[in-house]
Design a protein around this ligand. Sequence first.
Ligand code: FER
Length: 253
Amino acid sequence: MLKIPSEYTADCAHPGKITTVPYGEKAFLLYTPVRPASHILYLIHGGGGDERTFFRPSFVHMVDHMIDKGQLEPLYIVTPCFYDPEQTDKSPGTSGKAVLKFQKELREQIVPLAEKEIGRHFDCTQRAISGFSMGGMTTWYAFMGSLDLFYWFMPMSGDCWALGEKGGGDKPEETAEAIVDAVKQQKAPDFRLYAITGSKDIAYPNLDPQMQALKRYSDIFEGKLRYDVLDGGVHDYETIFRYLYNALPVIFH
Ligand code: FER
């Protein structure tokens, strides 16, 4: 896996624009690239984060540079927050419940509003969803219920808790079966799934067994599943930015 070039963390001469889009008591952020884009990524923070967590300067500069150098097709990036404003307990268990509840808000409010704000509709194959840790779990739940909305699913360093907290590690076979059943129940079961984590990540013991169990369903995943593990990769945003540096040019192709 390539490292992010050090000059990519500095300001870019042709930066995109970040705007705040309010809805109800909440807001999401929208990154609009310098050039018109035909793809959109919904990118979800980890436990304790919010809509601003992903858009720290080093990440935004990296995306600006990738687009500027032609390494990455321009894309919109939406960063919502899965917590309700009154939620103060952000422990994994409570976050897990928020993530589940958030699916409806994502479908009914965030996706329509983001695309209204941009002024164009995207079809399913032009939309991706990804996230880190609890945001990875958000991506798993979207995979289980929103194949009509998204085509690209990129969970990073988070397993699926459909069978309980850290279920991908404790019950990998059952978790994989629940995921596959959910996929089969949906009407448009076409997708690409690209999961990424690191060998030293706290989510690795949960995600890796789940991925090994999923891979065995070759009838569903043949040609549609990629799983990368960065040797030594840990559970932090800087490592996640490196995954995105490598993975963003792969998706939408
Ligand atoms: C995981 C390990 C840790 C995971 C989430 C976490 C969804 C989150 C921890 C936290 O928010 O403190 O496998 O998967």
